[in-house]
Design a protein around this ligand. Structure first.
Ligand code: SF4
Length: 329
């Protein structure tokens, strides 16, 4: 039986391309990738809807090395889509033998994304993957040169599609027809496409030269500030965010809470001095109910331990917040 490995991003297009091939009577096995910037949850949910198995590949370390300095550059944010796609294809190609598969399919659509899915980029990704002759793009195959899989009759070209451009009309009609629901937006799930996240990642890389997996996790939460000494201070925004960040914190991290008023939890992760602690307390003051007062009380201690002490500070002014916060204009 002919067997294909389908690269599943977790979005709609990759699942449609897998379904299109499955409906030709070809056995399809989903492959999805896990990194510091995206996980397998959407892919799991989507593959269940079309009834195909899913293999999860964790390539976090190698992927992050590429993200720092991608050969083909970044997109609008810190998303190196051309290199990322090529890396995923290369990994998929290396799994061909393990699964005794014949070819790889992807959900790419010609001209859907100006930088990473124009004709030149699609060719580049194919070539750089090292497996150019076994890659099929079912959703736009009729706009591309015929592949070996089509020429040899493994795949019926007539049943492939010729989608092109940014409109999602055909994809949404197919989803409706096949009963595929609850799919994320294109690129949804990849934090590298988020402007604020990308800005924080870039800042951390420039400041430290490198970023640990824990620091990468922390980039997801709250408002981020950097003191003049280069100390990172994070202000959580909601209770839910405060609860989730606790899964990442360790006893090395300092946490600060307003004790005179209700307010957000503040975190210092990494090295700090007294000046940094004072700034973090002022930020805590700014995001508590006493923000307009002359003085608020902020307690601090290592995460998971008793408070070590209390500071009385004037809440940070708007100018101070703007001076230290990391965010886009
Ligand atoms: S959007 Fe993210 S996961 Fe998708 S190709 Fe680009 S960098 Fe990779």
């Amino acid at each position: 039986m002919t067997r294909a490995l389908a690269m599943i991003s977790g979005g709609l297009d990759s699942i449609l391309s897998a379904k299109l091939i499955k409906d030709q009577g070809i056995e399809v096995i989903g492959i999805c990738f896990k990194s510091y910037f995206f996980d397998e949850e959407n892919a799991k949910r989507m593959t269940e809807q079309i009834g195909i198995p899913l293999e999860v590949v964790d390539f976090s370390v190698e992927h992050f090395e590429m993200v720092k300095d991608p050969k083909n550059g970044w997109g609008k944010n810190m998303n190196p889509c051309i290199d990322c796609h090529a890396m995923m294809m290369r990994y998929s190609g290396e799994l061909i033998k393990k699964f005794n598969a014949d070819f790889i399919i992807t959900g790419e659509v010609l001209n859907q994304r100006p930088m990473s899915q124009n004709r030149q980029a699609l060719n580049k990704v194919r070539k750089e993957s090292g497996f150019k002759d076994i890659i099929l793009r079912p959703l736009c195959a009729k706009n591309l040169d015929e592949t070996e899989m089509e020429k040899s009759g493994l795949v019926d070209r007539e049943k492939l599609l010729d989608i092109s451009g940014r409109s999602r009309k055909v994809q949404m009609e197919l989803a409706e027809k096949w009963g595929i629901k609850d799919y994320p937006s294109p690129a949804g799930g990849c934090r590298l496409t988020e402007p604020n996240y990308s800005l924080r990642l870039k800042e951390s890389l420039e400041r430290n030269g490198d970023v640990s997996p824990k620091e990468i996790e922390l980039l997801r939460f709250g408002r981020h500030f950097v003191s003049e000494n280069g100390c990172k201070i994070i202000a959580t925004r909601t209770k839910d965010e405060g609860d989730r960040i606790k899964n990442v914190l360790t006893k090395e991290d300092l946490v600060l809470y307003p004790t005179s008023h209700n307010g957000a939890m503040i975190v210092i992760s990494g090295k700090y001095n007294e000046e940094d602690k004072e700034l973090a307390a002022k930020i805590a003051g700014r995001y508590c109910k006493g923000k307009d007062l002359d003085e608020v009380e902020i307690s601090y201690g290592k995460f998971g331990c008793k408070f070590e002490g209390t500071l009385k500070v004037k809440p940070a002014s708007e100018d101070e917040i703007n001076k230290y916060i990391i965010q886009g204009k």
